[in-house]
Design a binder for this molecule. Structure first.
Ligand SMILES: [Zn+2]
Length: 181
């Protein structure tokens, strides 16, 4: 929207009317964004596509551009752990550092290690109840993408029940493997 593109203007119109931006508009925004020089060597999409229809639209977009999805990373965590992880997370309101009730607590309770800030915030949709409905949506709409990408030979599964450092290392190894010079 800030770039003043045609797709951005359409998104703005929908959002101001309180609607959800359609897949078609999201794909048009992505198409514009992929033209910029900072993504010439590739891009990592986080949280998109989320449905088989979006995955197909993404495949079509990339095919038109002469590009394709190199790899899809599936972080595999069981549902109970997911609820604990998401409902426990919060961020420093001053510097944005991410924290967690169980897994990453500030050295001194209530004070951000990074900036000394004492104000923290949680996303309104990170409660246990909304996480449960987001998980249900994941299983219904997003989990089918695992088969979609497995069939194309692009799926990388990462067991993500372990320590943050181990998962980060597994992710770095995958990204390095696909990195273009
Ligand atoms: Zn901070």
């Amino acid at each position: 929207m800030a770039q003043g593109t045609e797709a951005g203007a359409r998104a703005k119109e929908v959002m101001e009317a309180g609607g959800l931006v359609s897949d078609e508009i999201v794909i048009a925004i992505l198409d514009d964004r992929l033209d910029r020089p900072d993504v010439a060597r590739g891009v990592i999409l986080d949280g998109f596509p989320r449905t088989p229809a979006q995955a197909e639209a993404l495949d079509d977009l990339l095919a038109r551009r002469g590009q394709s999805v190199s790899a899809v990373i599936s972080l595999e965590v069981d549902d109970a752990a997911m609820v604990e992880r998401i409902s426990g997370r919060y961020t420093c309101a001053t510097c944005g550092e991410g924290w967690h009730d169980s897994f990453k607590r500030p050295e001194t309770p209530g004070i951000c290690d990074v900036c000394g800030g004492t104000e923290f915030k949680r996303r309104a949709d990170d409660t246990a109840e909304t996480v449960a409905s987001r998980l249900a949506a994941y299983h219904a709409e997003t989990a089918p993408l695992i088969d979609h990408y497995r069939a194309r030979g692009t799926l990388e599964r990462v067991p993500a029940m372990g320590a943050i450092e181990d998962i980060a290392q597994a992710l770095s190894e995958i990204v390095r493997r696909y990195e273009t010079a």
